[in-house]
Write a protein that binds this ligand. Structure first.
Ligand code: TRP
Length: 338
């Protein structure tokens, strides 16, 4: 297809969201965040900070507030340009909560009960199995369907939720008339799986136990270097990627992902290296790739008014798109509209 037909064709719409829980890691960056900004070359992209989703597990008000602002600024810092994308805070667009209520009535109890994340989270916090936790995937469906998204990039743990969203959309379309675009979930094939530096069998960020295993995007350079220098390796001394060297393989994967090169090429670069030098060089690469992200982030956080203004503009753009879908839904169901 040539450039011209491409330009005339309607661009596909992408929607994704991230919860403001936890502190984003180098693993999140190399696994996904690094690529989000580039998607807008090809698609119309909407990204939300899913703050409404964050309260299904107990969270302190000040943590919710800080995490939300931090994630919002960080998304810009990793490359989501708020001029080229619609970037907003989920709770700023009331249509999400409204559509969630409406969609609840087209979601079967049994369907929501089968969600593995609901079952897992219920097991983890049996004292707080609240209705919000149960309703979580319906709110997600509302997020996606409000914007008529074609593609929803998600981690594989969220695929089941996107499937439920498709079920709900199809049911609604069949019951009334075509209303929602039935979206496609996509687990991105780019991005690398990064493991903890102290326990290379656990995904980075998942093992909260050993803080040195997780490199956070916002860690200062000396902290990043310390963590890399303490990274576990193994007993021989050759820098080579293979199954029985998970620590070395993880470090090579990190280096390859940072430099956009293959694992083999990374291996060749370090062929004559001892472990200490190798770890230092990977650490330095991580420091350098994260430095501009942290600097951009810090600049954004120094200007709170400016950040709030970016949020406001994003919310307005999202609101306009969402209102159209929401109004249609109300009418189709039979609500009297003013
Ligand atoms: N639940 C998603 C996660 O934990 C975040 C999310 C909320 C989301 N709403 C969404 C992802 C809509 C994709 C589409 O990762």
């Amino acid at each position: 297809m040539n450039e011209q037909t491409n330009a005339v064709e309607k661009r596909k719409r992408v929607f994704s969201a991230v919860k403001p829980t936890g502190n984003p890691t180098l693993g999140n960056y190399l696994g996904a965040m690094k690529y989000w900004g580039r998607m807008s070359d090809e698609y119309d992209c909407l990204y939300a900070v899913a703050d409404l989703h964050a309260i299904t597990v107990a969270i302190d008000p000040k943590d919710l507030r800080e995490n939300s602002k931090r994630l919002f600024a960080l998304l810009i810092a990793v490359g989501i340009d708020p001029e080229r994308n619609v970037l907003f805070m989920q709770s700023h667009v009331k249509a999400h909560a409204e559509l969630c209520w409406l969609l609840n009535n087209y979601t079967m109890f049994g369907e929501a009960s089968r969600m593995t994340q609901f079952k897992d989270k219920s097991k983890k916090a049996p004292e707080n199995i609240n209705v919000g936790l149960f309703d979580y995937p319906v709110l997600m469906a509302a997020d996606i369907l409000l914007y008529q998204a074609d593609i929803v990039p998600v981690g594989d743990d969220q695929m089941q939720h996107v499937e439920l969203c498709r079920t709900i959309a199809t049911r609604f379309n069949n019951r009334y008339s075509p209303t929602f675009t039935v979206p496609e979930g996509k687990v991105p094939t780019f991005g690398s799986r990064i493991y903890s530096l102290s326990d290379p069998t656990a995904k980075m960020g998942k093992s909260e136990g050993n803080a040195d295993g997780n490199v956070f995007i916002l860690d200062p350079p000396e902290v990043i270097m310390r963590k890399f220098k303490r990274a576990v390796t193994d007993c021989d001394t050759c820098v080579h990627a293979c199954e029985d060297k998970p620590g070395i393989t993880n470090l090579l994967t990190i280096y390859a992902a940072i430099n956009d090169i293959t694992l083999e090429r990374a291996e060749r670069e370090f062929a004559a290296c001892d472990y200490a030098t190798f770890k230092t060089r990977v650490g330095e690469a991580a420091v350098e790739v994260l430095r501009p992200v942290r600097e951009k982030y810090e600049a954004l956080r120094r200007d709170d008014k400016g950040l709030m203004e970016i949020m406001r503009v994003g919310a307005e753009k999202a609101e306009r798109l969402a209102a159209r879908t929401l109004e249609k839904v109300y009418k189709k169901i039979g609500f009297v509209r003013l």
